[in-house]
Design a protein around this ligand. Structure first.
Ligand SMILES: [Fe+2]
Ligand SMILES: [Fe+2]
Length: 193
């Protein structure tokens, strides 16, 4: 069940960037640190590219699709999660808008940006927890070995022939860029001042 391992790994990567962003907000709010807009921009781009355009479509098109067939009772749960995948895209636009206002409007715009980031993080914790605690156990119970073969192949190949095998490398490069831009303890970039 490679797909389960990959989903957990991808959730951990997303969680790391979410934690990093919340840490940076605290540094600004409580520690008087200056915002690094390039880093915030790279993080929001990561949320848009990784969970929204890469991770969620694989869940919808492969794991959720097969689970709907094998266990129709899961439909309300999967409907909710798929709707959250759609909602996530709108939340990204809110993050981008509030970041632009903060960058050009100054400190007065910080609280709205911070609220948008905190809401996005809370939304994703809850979403990932539901997938890990409810969807994955149901899938383990109801999918056949052949189902897993097909789902695993899709997740290992990143599920989209348009993306190709290099897609995973691209996201890794994006993640490394964030680590290089972020100050310790979340990355190896210059210290925040
Ligand atoms: Fe999801
Ligand atoms: Fe997920």
């Amino acid at each position: 069940m490679q797909a389960i391992r990959i989903i957990h790994d991808e959730h951990r990567s997303l969680a790391a960037v979410l934690h990093g962003m919340l840490y940076l907000l605290r540094q600004i709010r409580d520690g008087g640190a200056k915002p690094n807009f390039e880093l915030f921009g790279a993080m929001i781009y990561y949320f848009d590219a990784f969970p929204e355009r890469f991770h969620h479509p694989k869940e919808d098109n492969y794991l959720f699709r097969v689970l709907r067939i094998r266990h129709p009772d899961a439909a309300p749960l999967l409907d909710r999660l798929e709707k959250e995948h759609w909602d996530g895209a709108h939340k990204i636009r809110t993050l981008e808008r509030t970041l632009t206002r903060y960058q050009h409007g100054g400190e007065a715009e910080f609280p709205k940006f911070a609220t948008a980031v905190e809401a996005y993080a809370a939304f994703h914790w809850e979403h990932m927890r539901t997938e890990e605690d409810q969807v994955l156990p149901l899938a383990q119970e109801h999918l056949s070995p052949d189902d897993w073969k097909a789902v695993d192949t899709a997740f290992l190949e990143h599920g989209d022939p348009m993306l190709g095998a290099e897609a995973g490398d691209e996201y890794e490069a994006l993640f490394r860029r964030i680590v290089n831009l972020a100050p310790p303890p979340i990355g190896v970039g210059p210290e925040a001042r």
